[in-house]
Design a protein around this ligand. Structure first.
Ligand SMILES: [Zn+2]
Length: 299
């Protein structure tokens, strides 16, 4: 009886221990995750001349191009959201006042390239031109990305001119032609224009990223034709007028931005596409292998 009493007396204690341990097992919800990038993506550079009218004004490892014309200037990409003030001061250093900036063009709607476009638009006279696919990402500030979901957010911005493939933006004596090259995003774009360098006319091509970082390439319900899109884009890029290739991530086209903009190795548009195609194929092979292994486990 005494024993039984003892057992009965233990029960509430055991219940409370269980309850306490259940409570203490609750862990805090995770911190919000900032989009963190390497320091050189955020390290400003002074204006670096690429060609007579074309300047790199972004950071050491993210391209933001300013093209000066007789009728004002055009910005193509801006890097990370925190680059806005730096871009404006680099423009000022090149005698481009905010009211002289007429157009903002861009490569694709991710935070590391379109980040400061809203701030630059607000601070200047510029209008933004983009295609329908990229406009959706810009309007949502990067939310709902096909591959990153809400992982790469930036201040949202509305587009003033919706571009069709092959459309041209003319400012002063410079004509910018857009080429749709879906893959890295469905709205990815390349831009081409003419400039001069060392007394020679040159065709400049600013071609979007061709990577698929962590993307599901096979059976992706959000982007079923991603691989076919990439392959069509590789063909288009190989055929672009391209004396001088620039890319949002400069190393992809052989550039380093330091005291000067240096082209350490000259990468042609067709070589850029060929390299990207090889890397994509390796990624596809790996994903096919993983699918085979999963299927084998079910056999
Ligand atoms: Zn991207």
């Amino acid at each position: 009886m005494r024993r039984l009493k003892h057992r009965v007396g233990l029960l509430p204690l055991l219940v409370s221990v269980f309850f306490l341990s259940a409570v203490s097992a609750e862990t805090a919800l995770p911190q919000l995750q900032a989009y963190e990038v390497p320091a050189d993506w955020r390290t400003p550079v002074k204006p670096l001349q690429i060609a007579d009218q074309t300047w790199q004004i972004g950071s050491k490892s993210l391209t933001a191009l300013l093209v000066k014309t007789g009728n004002g200037a055009v910005l193509i990409d801006g890097g990370m959201p925190q680059m806005a003030e730096h871009l404006l001061s680099n423009m000022q250093a090149l005698d481009v006042a905010p009211e002289d900036l007429k157009w903002i063009l861009h490569s694709h709607g991710h935070a590391d390239h379109a980040g400061p476009l809203a701030a630059i638009k607000n601070a200047s006279a510029a209008r933004i031109a983009s295609n329908a696919e990229s406009s959706r990402l810009l309007a949502r500030g990067g939310a709902g990305d096909l591959h990153f979901d809400d992982g790469l957010l930036f201040p949202s911005v509305s587009v003033d001119r919706y571009l069709q493939d092959g459309e041209q933006i003319v400012l002063g004596e410079v004509t910018f032609t857009v080429h749709f090259i879906p893959g890295h995003t469905p709205g990815s774009m390349a831009w081409t224009w003419r400039d001069s360098l060392n007394g020679q006319e040159i065709d400049i091509a600013y071609v979007d990223s061709l990577t698929a970082p962590g993307y599901q390439l096979i059976g992706n319900v959000r982007y079923p034709n991603i691989v076919a899109d990439f392959h069509r884009s590789f063909d288009r890029i190989s055929a672009l007028p391209c004396d001088l290739l620039l890319t949002p991530h400069p190393h992809a086209s052989g550039w380093t931005y330091g005291d000067k903009a240096l082209r350490k190795k000259s990468v042609s548009c067709s070589k850029y596409a060929e390299n990207a195609q090889r890397v994509l194929q390796e990624q596809l092979n790996k994903q096919e292998q993983q699918i085979r292994e999963i299927n084998d486990n079910f056999d």
